[in-house]
Ligand binder design. Structure first.
Ligand SMILES: *[C@@H]1O[C@H](CO)[C@@H](O)[C@H](O)[C@H]1NC(C)=O
Ligand SMILES: *[C@@H]1O[C@H](CO)[C@@H](O)[C@H](O)[C@H]1NC(C)=O
Ligand SMILES: *[C@@H]1O[C@H](CO)[C@@H](O)[C@H](O)[C@H]1NC(C)=O
Ligand SMILES: *[C@@H]1O[C@H](CO)[C@@H](O)[C@H](O)[C@H]1NC(C)=O
Ligand SMILES: *[C@@H]1O[C@H](CO)[C@@H](O)[C@H](O)[C@H]1NC(C)=O
Ligand SMILES: *[C@@H]1O[C@H](CO)[C@@H](O)[C@H](O)[C@H]1NC(C)=O
Ligand SMILES: *[C@@H]1O[C@H](CO)[C@@H](O)[C@H](O)[C@H]1NC(C)=O
Ligand SMILES: *[C@@H]1O[C@H](CO)[C@@H](O)[C@H](O)[C@H]1NC(C)=O
Ligand SMILES: *[C@@H]1O[C@H](CO)[C@@H](O)[C@H](O)[C@H]1NC(C)=O
Ligand SMILES: *[C@@H]1O[C@H](CO)[C@@H](O)[C@H](O)[C@H]1NC(C)=O
Length: 815
């Protein structure tokens, strides 16, 4: 008997196979690896595929060179040969240990003489479950992977060619899977417990984030993990995801090696371009799937980045369904580098794509997201099939099936089939509307989660594009109905108030007046800019309100106010040189991010000391994006006639050419640097004529090599000459007449860090600094309400709007 012959042979092969344990961590009880159609054994990586000297079927060898995708390159020796069957054929395996097993089928349709495997068309089933239905592969190579719970001591793999065709296989595996890999039940949509114990799974995607392929050799379960690059979705506004890796950080003591190898946990794709950046978008990957099936989706997480700021709290989605609000630190008991696995079950509904995303939960907080790996496994349906045309959802396919049935079957069967289809459609509908209900509940929860304390009518609405929209009532409550006693700044646009939200978050509330200089367009620009990204050195948007023609923006509260107020014109104690350098480095970092963090540079257009704010630790953040523009492409076609910015900080090249580039910000930043060094306003009409304009004065002094004469007397003792030289040289380059000659913000940043290093870190000086810092904070208690957020005292022309300044100049001249 042919079949029993084959059975006997495979029996021997498997016995030999089992005697040599080839994997170190997990040793499968059943381990059949067969190189079909080959007359010799074949080692692939560290596994031995035995020759298939099965007398049945026809053995074929490729007559041309095997060419596969790079991931499957290591298997090319297996793809060299194949077994071909013209009638139904059974592969019979004696199973030692019942339970879940991998079945991996290798296909490569090579040409052998005048015989081409691409003409084959056949079905494959195992344990009465259809794995492949009328399968045909025209080109390329593929490894199909299934996992089945084998419940008898025998596994029969059946290959059935369609009429007048044939079946083939290049190699196959039947290997035990550790019991803990696939849980017996998994919670899916609507918290429904799905039983997986007797379901067959097909691996649709197994992806390693961080754009690194992990080959079967590096995985104790011989799984192939492909790089995520090709699946990653792009966003043309912001740099969304970044590939990161740190293998040494992964702590596998919890024994999760089974779920995924260290190499998978050691690489990831994180949200945001760098450690300081927080963007208000999701990182998403897109996968093609078959509608009409349910899928087990497994997310692998491991915090391998050392966050300098913020936390790993984020939402996990599949399509628009929020699977989890994950606090990665919490679920891993805050043990660094501990992997975490999240399973869910979802159906793509009528879409043929799964969008897997991780993203911010609450843009208000500094949190980032990470994903290390993802697996998508199709679950066999009630007809015990993994490869059937889907009923119901696709009307075209559905009607084809109906026609087929009517032509071929008795009427009773037709009725049955239609009934079955109806039941499936109806149950899907029900599930679907339940899902919609569920999503609605989720949405309400999302809103209430943040603002649940507010009464009806003052609920904050979540608007994905613009962050939080607040009700006017909520803002009135936070600012004691715009109480004058809470006003902390005033400018052309209106007033800034200090406020306190219901959750005790301190905020700054900027309220534009309808007749303000900063019109609706600037209001919108600012919200749009700030809602797209967050950065350690850019002031954060908390929300906004456009109710009743109001133009209110809510920012994080910056306790120490503006940089300007710490330099001159206030009672605040002077900042040390090192503090000033740190502030310059911070704001340069913020600007550098604006210029390079998105695919198109963003130009701030109003860089000045009044727009650099300081938090309680004197960390600098760039503020006021009302004038920002996406450039320079924007302005090449559209030359704006309205030159905007602040007097004294304006790039002379921009003034004459009206061509806006990042280098205009660099010019303004150069002015800021001198203001910081000299501790005086850019324009000070009260000074002798040659000193009125800071930049002109500085340039003259600089030429005469009288560097020290320009430095703020309060810090001159602290500054080391090399640090000063580097600083002045950098600031001076920023002020180059021609934009081309100015450095980039990245370059400025680098030089400022140099200046900081040259200054060194002497302890003697630190003593002095910390005492002055203590003074400063004591003083702060008393002066909270006098600190200004933006344009302030009448003397300070520098921070006024252009038209006001001109008016002032005219008046001054006429005196
Ligand atoms: C294949 O390997 C097995 C086990 O190592 C050995 O017994 C057998 O002789 C080998 N077959 C061939 C064709 O080399
Ligand atoms: C393929 O070639 C063989 C001889 O090499 C010949 O006997 C056979 O008929 C050919 N088959 C087809 C389908 O052309
Ligand atoms: C497969 O189906 C046949 C007939 O329906 C049945 O006799 C057999 O027990 C089934 N085998 C398995 C493994 O379920
Ligand atoms: C396999 O199926 C049996 C019987 O249904 C069940 O008891 C067992 O838990 C299942 N094993 C796995 C790993 O799902
Ligand atoms: C992956 O496996 C290959 C082959 O066994 C080995 O050379 C390589 O060092 C492994 N890579 C890592 C990072 O362990
Ligand atoms: C991922 O890696 C591949 C190969 O190394 C590279 O070609 C591709 O550009 C990378 N993808 C991304 C999005 O960087
Ligand atoms: C990787 O993680 C280890 C352990 O936490 C840490 O010491 C090391 O600095 C990290 N390496 C990188 C490149 O971040
Ligand atoms: C690794 O994790 C275990 C607990 O799973 C913990 O006891 C151990 O301290 C961790 N090791 C490191 C280096 O953090
Ligand atoms: C992330 O995706 C989910 C689901 O599609 C969506 O509800 C949410 O608004 C997205 N978040 C952001 C910041 O775009
Ligand atoms: C995780 O969060 C829960 C509920 O907020 C808290 O009770 C628990 O202590 C946290 N665990 C850790 C390790 O932070």
């Amino acid at each position: 008997m042919r079949a029993s012959n084959a059975k006997f042979l495979i029996w021997i092969l498997c016995a030999l196979c089992l005697s040599s344990s080839l994997l170190s961590e997990f040793t499968p009880d059943d381990n059949f690896l067969i190189d079909c159609g080959s007359s010799s054994n074949n080692t692939v990586g560290d596994r031995l595929f035995l020759s298939d000297n099965n007398p049945n079927g026809k053995s074929l060898s490729s007559t041309s060179k095997v060419s596969t995708s790079s991931e499957l390159d290591m298997f090319s020796s297996l793809f060299q040969t194949a077994k071909v069957f013209e009638t139904t054929f059974l592969y019979n395996f004696k199973i030692k240990k019942q339970g879940r097993h991998w079945i991996r089928l290798y296909f490569y349709p090579f040409v052998s003489g005048n015989f081409s495997l691409s003409l084959a068309k056949f079905s494959v089933s195992a344990q009465n479950i259809t794995l492949l239905k009328e399968f045909q592969i025209k080109s390329g190579s593929i490894i199909k992977e299934y996992s089945l719970n084998l419940t008898s001591s025998n596994l029969v793999l059946t290959f059935t060619p369609i009429v007048n065709s044939f079946a083939f296989i290049n190699a196959l595996e039947v290997v035990s899977v550790p019991d803990e890999l696939i849980p017996l039940t998994v919670t899916g949509v609507e918290k429904v417990q799905n039983s997986l114990g007797n379901r067959a799974l097909e691996t649709v995607a197994r992806v390693n984030m961080g754009n690194q392929t992990v080959l079967p050799d590096n995985d104790t379960l011989s799984r192939l993990w492909v790089a995520d690059g090709p699946f990653l979705m792009h966003n043309d506004q912001v740099v969304v995801g970044k590939f990161v890796s740190n293998l040494t950080k992964v702590n596998m003591t919890g024994g999760l090696e089974i779920k995924a190898p260290r190499l998978v946990y050691g690489t990831a794709t994180r949200l945001g371009a760098d450690a300081d950046t927080f963007v208000n978008v999701n990182v998403s990957w897109s996968f093609d799937v078959d509608p009409g099936y349910e899928y087990l989706i497994r997310y692998h997480f491991c915090d391998i980045i050392d966050l300098s700021l913020g936390s790993m709290i984020f939402n996990v989605y599949v399509n628009s369904w929020k699977v989890d609000h994950l606090d990665l630190g919490n679920v891993t008991s805050n043990i660094p580098g501990t992997p975490h696995v999240l399973d869910t079950i979802a159906s793509p509904m009528d879409s043929s794509k799964f969008k897997i995303s991780v993203g911010p939960t609450n843009f208000h907080e500094f949190s980032t997201a990470i994903l290390n790996g993802v697996e998508i496994m199709k679950i066999s349906d009630s007809r015990r099939s993994l490869d059937e045309p889907s009923f119901g959802l696709d009307s075209k396919k559905g009607s084809n099936v109906k026609v087929g049935l009517i032509a071929g079957l008795v009427a009773g069967l037709v009725v049955l089939a239609i009934l079955a289809t109806l039941v499936i459609v109806l149950s899907r509908r029900r599930r679907r509307s339940a899902l919609v209900r569920h999503l609605k509940e989720e949405e309400n929860l999302g809103v209430n989660g943040r603002e649940c304390n507010y009464t009806v009518g003052s609920v904050a609405f979540l608007n994905s594009k613009f962050g939080y929209r607040y009700s006017l009532a909520a803002i009135q409550e936070a600012t004691d109905n715009f109480s004058e006693s809470l006003a902390i700044g005033v400018g052309g646009f209106g007033k800034v108030y200090k406020g306190m939200l219901r959750d005790n978050t301190e905020v700054a509330v900027k309220r534009g007046t309808s007749k303000s200089m900063q019109g609706l367009a600037e209001f919108q620009t600012e919200i749009e800019m700030l809602s797209q990204f967050r950065h350690r050195h850019l002031v954060s948007l908390i929300g906004y309100c456009d109710e009743q023609n109001e133009m209110i923006i809510i920012y994080e509260y910056m306790e120490k106010g503006t940089l300007k107020d710490h330099l001159y014109g206030s009672e605040l104690p002077s900042l040390s040189w090192k503090q000033r350098l740190d502030i310059c480095v911070g704001s340069a970092r913020g600007l550098h991010y604006l210029h390079t963090g998105s695919t198109k540079a963003i130009i701030h257009r109003d860089v000045k000391t009044a727009n650099i704010l300081l938090d309680q630790n004197y960390m600098a953040k760039v503020a006021d994006f009302g004038l920002s523009k996406i450039g320079p492409e924007f302005d090449k076609t559209h030359v704006s006639t309205a030159v905007k910015g602040s007097f004294g900080y304006l790039d002379p090249e921009y003034l004459t050419t009206q061509q806006l580039t990042e280098k205009s910000d660099v010019y303004s930043f150069g002015v800021v640097m001198f203001e910081v060094l000299c501790g005086r306003p850019v324009i000070d009409p009260s000074l002798p004529r040659e000193k009125v304009n800071l930049i002109e004065w500085v340039m003259r002094r600089k030429d005469k090599d009288q560097l020290e004469a320009i430095v703020d007397a309060r810090i001159i003792e602290q500054i080391k000459l090399e640090s000063l030289k580097k600083y002045v040289e950098t600031a001076e380059k920023c002020l180059a007449e021609c934009g081309m000659d100015r450095p980039t913000m990245g370059n400025v940043l680098w030089n400022l860090e140099c200046a900081l290093q040259l200054q060194g870190d002497e302890k003697s000086r630190h003593g002095k600094e910390s005492s002055s810092q203590a003074d400063l904070s004591n003083h702060w208690e008393a002066s909270v309400s006098t600190t200004q957020f933006s344009t302030g005292s009448a003397v300070d022309i520098a921070s006024m709007s252009m038209s006001k300044v001109f008016a002032q100049m005219v008046r001054d001249d006429m005196r």
